[in-house]
Design a protein around this ligand. Structure first.
Ligand code: ADP
Length: 223
């Protein structure tokens, strides 16, 4: 638990491979709050073969965004008052378009965001990270070919199978980065007008980046 009494309501933005997923999980753990990754949620649904999951997978595998109405249909309930996100959250991968950001504000209503963090990492570095990225298909823990699990591509946390994501192909990555610039970067201006954006340097090892994130969140929560 951090040294602030109320769990924060944070949106983490950053390019593919910026380290959002790893850091969001650590932050949620640190603040005793919920980590919501729409990508993880969609992959889990796809693995279970639900109608929604299979539809989402078609978009995901080609690097396209899942349409806004479909995304909102799935997560609106989660965000609504009385839902699992009442006691703070770290959102990872949502919102990803301006209409989603507007919808999020509407659903949050009287419980607005505390801050939006833009985790900055240069493109050359994210390309390298994504090329070597391997993910547990069960619990979504992220590894890298240079830092694999201890036993034969079996997840250290849950024993699941660790493999490359279906959308970590060169073409899909290119497409996702292009869509990030076009659809997600405009969100930063949207939130900047609300005075919510803080940039954090995402370059460096995981512990260093984590400390930077905790510092900006604690500063904001104590302000
Ligand atoms: P990445 O940030 O590397 O693309 P994610 O796991 O966050 O990885 O997302 C994987 C895919 O899931 C995206 O490429 C997209 O197809 C879909 N997706 C996840 N979140 C959203 C969202 N908020 N809106 C639309 N599509 C989404």
């Amino acid at each position: 638990m951090g040294n602030c009494s109320k769990p924060p309501r944070v949106v983490l933005l950053g390019k593919q491979g910026a380290g959002k997923g790893t850091q969001a999980a650590r932050l949620a753990d640190h603040y005793g709050t919920v980590h919501l990754s729409t990508g993880d949620l969609f992959r889990a649904q796809a693995a279970q073969g639900t109608a929604f999951g299979l539809e989402a997978k078609r978009y995901m595998d080609s690097g396209d965004l899942v349409p806004d109405e479909i995304v909102m249909g799935v997560i609106e309930e989660c965000l609504a008052p009385g839902g699992p996100l009442d006691d703070g959250f770290v959102l990872d991968g949502f919102p990803r378009t301006v209409p989603q950001a507007i919808d999020l504000d509407r659903v949050l209503g009287a419980r607005p965001l505390d801050l939006v963090i833009d985790l900055e990492v240069p493109k050359e570095i994210v390309l390298d990270r994504i090329a070597g990225r391997r993910v547990c298909e069960n619990c979504q823990t992220v590894y890298h070919v240079n830092m694999p699990p201890s036993h034969n591509w079996t997840c250290d946390k849950c024993g699941g199978n660790v493999r490359q994501r279906d959308d970590d192909t060169e073409e899909a990555v290119e497409r996702r980065l292009e869509l990030y610039e076009r659809e997600t970067v405009p969100i930063i201006d949207y939130y900047r007008e609300q005075g919510l954006v803080i940039m954090v340097d995402g370059f460096g090892n995981g512990d260093e980046v984590f400390e930077r994130l905790v510092k900006v969140i604690d500063d904001r929560m104590q302000a």
